[in-house]
Design a protein around this ligand. Structure first.
Ligand code: TA6
Length: 298
């Protein structure tokens, strides 16, 4: 811990500490916002602009333990999204979210924001799951706006294909009252009904389990939350698909790290490269999946 704070700590801005389950987190605090990032999975666990409740949701029953993604925050799904395409025994959503990442850089910028960069450490175990020479970096800029860049570099001699997601859990007042704008008229794959295809009519609203992959134009979407009198603007680059997920009551109850009513206070709207939006990266090339969030008062 001392070494982390010595090399990457910034006085009054970035501090490293150990939390439950032995997980190590970076606590970020500046004039614009606060945030918390776990080194395991480079998982953002909280982000709150000054004067605001956390925009990023975390389950009250979240389990903090090595090798398991914390329920909530922004899990990084890489190098595949969902089940592995051919190996049913491989972990869902890849391995990046359960691996330890190393700090690469921290910086306090003149605009008052703070940037942290983390690099995924790949080893013999991850090579069994992903036998490709690659580098994965996550850059996080913490301020009134939260910006996340997931950068995949192909450092090998063969082209490889990834699917991925910044699997963000947003805090909402009551999911039955919120709507998602910006996906109107977009085609989607409905995982709740076996992958049937449909087209979105009007804003997305929630009254049952929802698990959809929108194959969209990469435009901006917005979570409209009258209960909290706010909107969350979501802007992406390098992504032409959005996943919208809420497990609803039955599945929420069945998940040990959720609980009976947990589903009411959360909504996942994920910046992805999923399904037909998979990305092939040639040797020496890179792909950047970028998303930024901004609060607007209603
Ligand atoms: O992104 C939506 C989804 O793929 C759902 O199908 C659901 O499984 C969710 O992710 C959570 O996955 P997890 O492996 O974290 O329980």
């Amino acid at each position: 811990m001392t070494e982390l704070n010595t090399h990457f700590g910034i006085c009054g801005r970035v501090t490293f500490s150990e939390v439950a389950g032995g997980l190590i987190v970076a606590e970020v605090s500046n004039e614009q916002a606060t945030a918390r990032i776990a080194l395991q999975g480079a998982q953002i666990l909280a982000w709150a602009p000054v004067g605001e409740q956390s925009v990023i949701w975390q389950s009250l029953n979240a389990i903090y333990t090595a090798g398991k993604s914390v329920r909530g925050g922004v899990p990084v799904c890489w190098p595949w999204f969902g089940p592995h395409p051919t190996e049913s025994g491989f972990p869902a959503h890849g391995f990046a979210r359960t691996q330890n990442w190393e700090m690469a850089q921290t910086q306090q910028l003149t605009d008052g924001t703070t940037t942290l960069s983390l690099r995924l450490v790949q080893d013999a175990n991850t090579r069994l799951l992903w036998p490709h020479d690659s580098e994965l970096l996550l850059m996080v800029n913490v301020g009134e706006r939260l910006q996340i860049d997931l950068l995949t570099r192909n450092t090998g001699s063969e082209t490889f294909t990834v699917t991925q997601a910044l699997h963000t859990y947003f805090a909402v007042s009551d999911v039955r009252e919120v709507s998602v704008l910006g996906l109107e008229d977009q085609p989607y794959i409905d995982k709740v009904v076996g992958g049937a295809r449909d087209v979105q009519t009007g804003p997305v609203r929630f009254s049952a389990e929802t698990d959809r992959i929108y194959l969209d134009q990469g435009g901006e979407s917005v979570i409209d939350d009258p209960g909290l009198q706010r909107r969350i603007g979501i802007r992406r680059e390098g992504s032409h698909s959005t996943v919208v997920w809420n497990p609803w009551a039955e599945k929420s109850l069945a998940m040990a790290d959720m609980g009976a009513d947990a589903y009411l206070g959360m909504l996942c709207v994920e910046a992805t490269n999923a399904a037909a939006d998979a990305v092939s990266i040639a040797p020496g090339e890179e792909h950047r999946l970028q998303v930024s969030y901004r609060l607007e008062q209603l």
